[in-house]
Design a protein around this ligand. Structure first.
Ligand SMILES: [Zn+2]
Ligand SMILES: [Zn+2]
Length: 293
């Protein structure tokens, strides 16, 4: 009788003190979750194929990349691409869950991965700037910074079908996490088929006229450039619209889920630069994608 009573009293207390495992978002196992990595277990965290040291400085590919150095490659309208992880079968499954099966609980995880990639890009550029200023003997300091984040748009048909633009969610989430401003600047006229099986010429032809800047893009660029200048107290930012030049270009970070051939990022970057030109702002585009295939 006494033991029964003790048992009844202690059971809830025991349950309160035991931290039971939670269900992992990606593998479904009950396990203790990885700290900071939003809903996944340690095993799943360890399976992420991070790209920490890309072999190709242009497209951020993990392995050697003949595409970017080919003589007929380009013209490139963006400075470089960096991706959080290599697009392997595990990453493909995660993206499928998020993008095609509409599992929104994947968004914070993917955004967190992109945030890591962004910080890495930042460190990489700062290191390079320090090296260059040291080499040239003109210590100009570190002034690289992103002024505006935007994302690759989907066509209206795709948006209706999926209900959301996966790249926009990533872009907005990344901007919020890194305290950067975000604006939609582009629109997609039509959907295109998979580009990876096409020749370079066919890809270029296919991308013609797919992306355009929104009518309000110029206005948005100017407004953000003005805000950037008015808030400029350090050399990290241009101090006036006139001083947005080669030394202090207006830097846009273009966000997408997967980088495959670069033709999408390149077509978007071209339009963003043109929008800048039309309102007298020198735009420089950096691409950040969640995965690199
Ligand atoms: Zn797991
Ligand atoms: Zn490359």
């Amino acid at each position: 009788m006494f033991i029964d009573m003790m048992d009844r009293m202690l059971k809830p207390l025991h349950r309160m003190l035991t931290v039971s495992g939670q269900q992992c978002l990606t593998c479904g196992q009950t396990a203790s979750l990885s700290r900071g990595y939003l809903g996944i277990c340690k095993t799943c965290y360890l399976s992420i194929p991070w790209i920490t040291n890309p072999k190709c400085v242009y497209c951020g590919r993990l392995i050697g990349c003949p595409d970017c150095t080919r003589e007929d490659a380009g013209p490139w309208h963006f400075v470089c691409n960096r991706s959080a992880a290599a697009y392997n079968t595990v990453m493909r499954e995660w993206l499928a869950q998020y993008k095609y099966r509409g599992n929104e609980s994947y968004a914070p995880l993917l955004i967190r991965m992109m945030e890591r990639a962004y910080r890495q890009l930042q460190r990489e550029v700062h290191r390079r700037q320090r090296f260059l200023s040291h080499e040239s003997g003109h210590p100009s300091g570190v002034n690289w910074q992103i002024h505006l984040v935007t994302s690759v748009p989907v066509s209206t048909a795709r948006l209706q079908e999926r209900g959301f633009n996966q790249a926009e969610v990533l872009g907005r989430g990344l901007a919020a996490a890194c305290k950067l401003p975000y604006a939609d600047l582009l629109k997609r006229e039509r959907h295109t088929d998979k580009q990876s099986f096409k020749s370079r010429i066919a890809r270029l032809k296919d991308m013609e006229g797919v992306f355009h800047c929104l009518p309000e893009a110029g206005e948005r660029l100017l407004a953000q450039a003005r805000r950037t200048c008015s808030g400029s107290t350090r050399r990290a930012l241009p101090v006036s619209l006139d001083s947005i030049d080669r030394a202090y270009p207006f830097r846009i970070l273009l966000v997408d889920d997967v980088y495959t051939t670069g033709s999408t990022v390149n077509a978007c970057s071209k339009e963003l630069k043109l929008a800048g030109e039309s309102c007298g702002i020198l735009v420089e585009v950096y691409s950040l994608t969640w995965a690199r295939s």
